[in-house]
Design a protein around this ligand. Structure first.
Ligand SMILES: C=CC1=C(C)c2cc3[nH]c(cc4nc(cc5[nH]c(cc1n2)c(C)c5CCC(=O)O)C(CCC(=O)O)=C4C)c(C)c3C=C
Ligand SMILES: [Fe+2]
Ligand SMILES: [Fe+2]
Length: 345
């Protein structure tokens, strides 16, 4: 007779245990606590001090950041946050949607007793708080899901950096898996295609073009090897194939340029503003790089770019919502999670 000795596993609280328990942590970018100058300044200061986001020398960057950027930008951004703020819940849409994604995903895993929670790379709730919650539930195996369909060192990698930075102070570490980017996962492409079809199906005037606007990135980061642009192209190619559209009707652009350097092109705002003159007066815009609506989709595209398009002679401008907490989005998150939890459930 052969006896297999399975050593008892240690729980994060130190107690021995036999069975293991997986948990899921959704991670998004972060957002200010309120729209006031101080909160927005604190958020931007943390975000823009991240050396994954601003790669230049901090000796040169910090005086510019602390002296100029954090004097001017919090007021301007605070006003933009005010325009999109969820006043009933007193939080930004990014925060609200990330929480509802987490709650809906938890329902999908309730029968298997897998806890799901959420956290933000910058601001609250912090990665430390999210991890602590799962560890207090006895999770000794954690799947961390950075909610970025396209990889970038400025988003995916810094989320993972923060996770491991927190774990540096944990004595009994849980085992960790991190979700890779999913730029052409069939469930993601299906959800985007369905949201485009739903978004334009009942419009009185069908759009002549669908502009697909991703968050931009400094060209230099791509030149140094960041695979973000290649991932955006993977999403575009899969989406065009799914919808039977071309590079002329489903057009790739990049938004949210920050600072004076060259970023990925074409830039969304000037591209869209030039369309009416070329006879393209009815358009729809989708922002598939964002898993939830946020300041960049609702205000930059939904207000600023829309107003300029209409002012230049555009007639209809339809902003297609992000996947947010739609059933298709929760299906996608569940599929991704089950794939990555393989062997742990
Ligand atoms: C050098 C600056 C920035 C890089 C690089 C960058 C990359 C990047 N960001 C996202 C997703 C989001 N960014 C958001 C807001 C935002 N981004 C920057 C700057 C860079 N982003 C700033 C200064 C801000 C703050 C808003 C403002 O002041 O205009 C958000 C929204 C947050 C919210 O609360 O709504 C998201 C989401 C990606 C995917 C990305 C890399 C490709
Ligand atoms: Fe950004
Ligand atoms: Fe912006």
């Amino acid at each position: 007779m052969v006896f297999h000795y399975i050593p008892p596993r240690k729980r994060p609280d130190g107690a021995a245990r036999i069975a293991s328990r997986p948990g899921i942590l959704l991670l998004n970018l972060g957002t200010p606590d309120d729209t006031g100058y101080r909160s927005v300044r604190r958020y931007l200061s943390e975000f823009l001090s991240d050396r994954r986001v601003i790669e230049g020398s901090p000796v040169l960057w910090q005086p510019i950041l602390q002296g100029i950027v954090l004097t001017v930008r919090p007021g301007k951004s605070g006003k933009a946050y005010e325009r999109i703020w969820d006043k009933a819940r007193n939080e930004s849409p990014l925060r609200g949607y990330t929480r509802s994604q987490s709650e809906a995903l938890a329902q999908r895993f309730a029968a298997e007793d897998v806890p799901v929670t959420w956290a933000m790379r910058y601001g609250k709730p912090s990665v430390a708080v999210g991890l602590k919650e799962l560890m207090e539930h006895g999770c000794d195996r954690i799947l961390v899901m950075p909610l970025y369909p396209q990889y970038s060192a400025t988003t995916t990698a810094t989320a993972n950096d923060q996770l491991f930075r927190v774990l540096m102070k944990v004595r009994n570490q849980p085992a960790i898996r991190t979700l890779p980017a999913f730029p052409d996962h069939p469930a993601y492409i299906d959800a985007l295609a369905a949201s485009i079809q739903d978004g334009v199906a009942h419009l009185p005037t069908p759009p002549q073009m669908i502009v697909v606007s991703f968050h931009g990135l400094p060209q230099e980061y791509v030149d140094k090897g960041d695979s973000y642009q290649a991932d955006c192209i993977r999403t575009m190619e899969a989406l065009r194939a799914k919808l039977g559209m071309t590079a002329e009707t489903l057009v790739l652009t990049f938004q949210s340029r920050f600072g004076p350097t060259k970023w990925l092109e074409p830039y969304t705002a000037p591209f869209v503003e030039a369309l009416p003159e070329k006879g393209v007066k009815n358009i729809a815009v989708i922002t598939p790089g964002f898993m939830a609506d946020c300041i960049e989709t609702l205000d930059e595209i939904g207000n600023e770019v829309r107003d300029e398009f209409l002012a230049k002679g555009g007639e209809t401008f339809t902003l297609i919502p992000c996947l947010n907490d739609s059933p298709a989005c929760i299906d996608l998150l569940e599929q991704l999670a089950r794939q990555e939890l393989s062997g742990w459930l």
